[in-house]
Design a protein around this ligand. Sequence first.
Ligand code: FAD
Length: 310
Amino acid sequence: EKLAEAQKAGKPSYSFEFFPPKTAQGVQNLYDRMDRMHGFGPSFIDVTWGAGGRHSQLTCEMVKTAQSAYGLETCMHLTCTDMDKSKIDDALREAYNAGCTNILALRGDPPREREKWEAKAGGFRYAKDLVKYIKEKYGNHFDIGVAGYSEGCEDQEDADLLIDHLKEKVDAGGTFVITQMFYDVDIFLDWVKKCRAKGITVPIIPGIMPIHTYAAFLRRAHWTKCHVPEEWTKALEPVKNDDAEVREVGKDLVAKMCRRLLDAGIIHLHFYTMNLAQATRMVLEELGITPDLESPLDKPLPWRQSLGLN
Ligand code: FAD
């Protein structure tokens, strides 16, 4: 719904992903950061869910605080395997009561101690089962996002087969797709075309990972097995020991990638902030799509107003 509104306004929109920090001080710092990042004008922020329900209460609390105390539109991630159904029911109820209207419905990663994921008897097997469950219980109250993988995922490298599974999630009631991070725009746009050809018509939101350090850049590319275009390594490798320079070069590369996506008709960018503001802010400023404020950090505006939606 929010995406449709943003589309009508004819402006690119964007969202920020955060994860629950481990310490109480970390949580407070993150709230402060969320409050400041409010001023950049995201159309929503989302909070991740610990696989198996670890720290799930914190996810619910953060959604509630961001939604009601900071006036941010929120999207709560929710995984459905390796935990009791009652946890899912509690989380959905809390999100509903907090005024959250967006859920990213996921299966969840396998727990660290087990190599391969296995379904628990009587539980949910796939993300599409959770999508169906949310629809059954809450009708159209929630916009339901589902995860997409343009270059394969941990337990399925066949990207074409994954498109069929993505279609099942959308057919079950998914209203938007957020993708795994990637650096190769050509592969991504080709994948979007294939999704469209298979009848997936809902908004597809690219997951964008800004670059903070060279080590983290390499680690994340390796972890997601995404293709790194030669241009990226060529530009980053020579400055790899200077974090400030890496962020500067990384900002140019990521902004160029975002511009290509926007030019290709993508209307919304999803930033994996890793709970840090700087690298995301640098990309948004380079793109020139932040609200037109003299000093965004000093004058945070409610997101609707800042996007010109009211
Ligand atoms: P599914 O879509 O259910 O797919 C899981 C596997 O089952 C795939 O291999 C798929 O091919 C296969 N499959 C699906 N349907 C069928 C079928 N009909 N027949 C046979 N095989 C099938 N994890 C967290 O723990 N917390 C988070 O907050 C979180 N946020 C994420 C956000 C995004 C944007 C993304 C892209 C991922 C996120 N993840 C998160 C990771 C995600 O939980 C894992 O990647 C997980 O392994 C798969 O979840 P899924 O929802 O994509 O699963």
